[in-house]
Design a protein around this ligand. Structure first.
Ligand SMILES: [Zn+2]
Length: 476
């Protein structure tokens, strides 16, 4: 735990840190499970909040979950059987667009119902992004905490470090990243990431140890099993291999399968932690997808293009008071916070997304938006896209980015133009839709203005965090 102290001091100075009661690992988890790199617990001691009569909420964010690789969106049913079962018992959003194709800005949109640019979390230069969620952001966990929920998070993606403000609104914030003070390199898959089942053990232990059993709980769990680099067992790879597909697709599916096992253990473990399933709403969402070279022009990873491989993400709501069925139309990650607040009878002041709770309770209906917008600014890329029921238009805001991508051998094809993306996923039969391109330019201009006005909250990562980000490909 030698690395903990400087990190915690940094957190307190950057974000206020709240009244930390303890920053140790006092909650018991079995000795086989790696200790988290950091754990905040700041349970209120004299708590004047009313106790709401309302369900528990479990928000599971699956890092690098590509919709078309999962059963409810046409993927193999054996990849994520628990997710498929929860989906069959609840509602499936047919087409949810990620607000960014990488974790930090996408998670910010999920948690705030606001565009990443408007939060100032995007980096306008092509340098490293050290921007976090500003203290002024009014997050979903903050809103639920104000309304009386106990709030617990266990995250395993270093982009959601409390250093960058993602602990706002939580009584407990556990950063279950690998502890890399022993080795400077990455020797095994366990050192690259915390496996989902270990993350879930921490989550269940924290929930079971909560001091106030009267309150409903909001539990956020972030799983990173599907993220590259992937080292899976030969057996797991063989299970998901297909003759015509690259080996990396089989490894990716094995990662999704491990995350699904974690979801199964979470669902099975909650009752013993004092969370009855019949009193719980499950919200499962992907932060972004993965290129997987399916098709090849989308590249292997994520962050740089805005095609459906990285921007069509899974979203399911299931459990107490939720209908069964499919919600058509174009939803986005912006709709998640307003919809959860709607389901709980709370308002959505300051959020731009749609409250889809009426359709979710009925188990039928459609999102009403005719156009979804998404964008990325990551290293050498500055790009945006507008998506309608049948058309996809995109703009490369810096031509140098494409040239740089090609010169670095990445071969990511992304040029300004439009195509019918569902019929033409590689976007190699361009069509002209000047009206949609014009609307995209207007949207981009609004984001630029909002970004300029936003307060930028910047924090330099320490060496441990920097190493974790580098291992996941977030820094060169
Ligand atoms: Zn992610």
């Amino acid at each position: 735990m030698r690395s903990l102290l400087p990190l915690c001091l940094l957190l307190v100075s950057c974000f206020g840190g709240g009244a930390a009661d303890s920053a140790d690992s006092a909650v018991e988890v079995d000795s086989d499970t790696p200790a988290p790199v950091s754990a905040w617990r700041r349970w209120p001691t004299d708590d004047p909040r009313e106790v709401p009569t309302a369900p528990h909420v479990v928000l599971l964010i699956g890092c690098t979950w590509r919709a078309d690789q999962l059963g409810p969106w046409g993927g193999r049913p054996d990849v994520a059987p628990t997710l498929s079962r929860l989906a069959a018992q609840g509602v499936v959003f047919e087409r949810t667009i990620a607000q960014a194709p990488w974790t930090r800005p996408a998670a910010a949109a999920i948690l705030t119902g606001r565009y990443p640019d408007d939060l100032g979390i995007t980096e306008p230069s092509f340098g490293p992004n050290h921007r976090g969620l500003p203290a002024s952001a009014h997050t979903l966990p903050e809103r639920l905490h104000e309304a009386g929920w106990s709030t617990v998070a266990v995250v395993s993606n270093p982009n959601l470090s409390s250093l960058w403000g993602f602990d706002q609104g939580f009584d407990v914030y556990v950063e279950a990243f690998p502890e890399w003070t022993r080795t400077a390199g990455i020797e095994t898959a366990d050192e690259v990431r915390s496996r989902g089942p270990a993350v879930v053990k921490h989550a269940l232990a924290e929930v079971a140890a909560r001091p106030d059993r009267k309150r409903p709980v909001f539990l956020e769990v972030v799983l990173i099993d599907a993220h590259a680099p992937r080292r899976v067992s030969p057996e797991a790879q063989a299970t998901f291999a297909e003759a015509d597909l690259p080996d990396e697709v089989a490894r990716y599916r094995a990662g999704l399968n491990q995350a699904d096992l974690a979801l199964k253990e979470l669902v099975e473990g909650l009752p013993a932690a004092g969370i009855p399933l019949e009193e719980t709403i499950f919200v499962l969402v992907g932060d972004h997808g993965e290129g997987l070279e399916l098709p090849p022009s989308h590249g292997q990873a994520h962050g740089f293009t805005l095609y459906p491989s990285t921007t069509h993400v899974p979203w399911v709501i299931s459990g107490a008071g939720i209908g069964r069925g499919r919600i058509g139309g174009l939803s986005t990650q912006l709709d998640l916070a307003p919809t959860v607040l709607g389901l709980l009878g709370l308002g959505k002041v300051g959020l731009v997304g749609e409250d889809l709770s009426v359709a979710v309770k009925a188990g039928q209906g459609s999102a009403v938006r005719d156009t979804a917008y998404t964008s990325t600014r990551l290293r050498w890329a500055d790009r945006s896209a507008a998506i309608t029921a049948d058309m996809h238009c995109q703009i490369d805001h810096d031509d140098k980015a494409t040239a740089q991508s090609i010169s670095k051998g990445r071969g990511l094809e992304f040029s300004t133009g439009c195509c019918r993306i569902l019929e033409d996923p590689a976007c190699d039969r361009p069509e002209w839709d000047p009206g949609l391109l014009e609307r995209l330019r207007g949207w981009r201009s609004d984001r630029q203005q909002a970004h300029t006005a936003a307060e930028a909250q910047t924090a330099e990562p320490n060496e441990v965090l920097r190493m974790q980000l580098r291992a996941l490909g977030y820094a060169e």
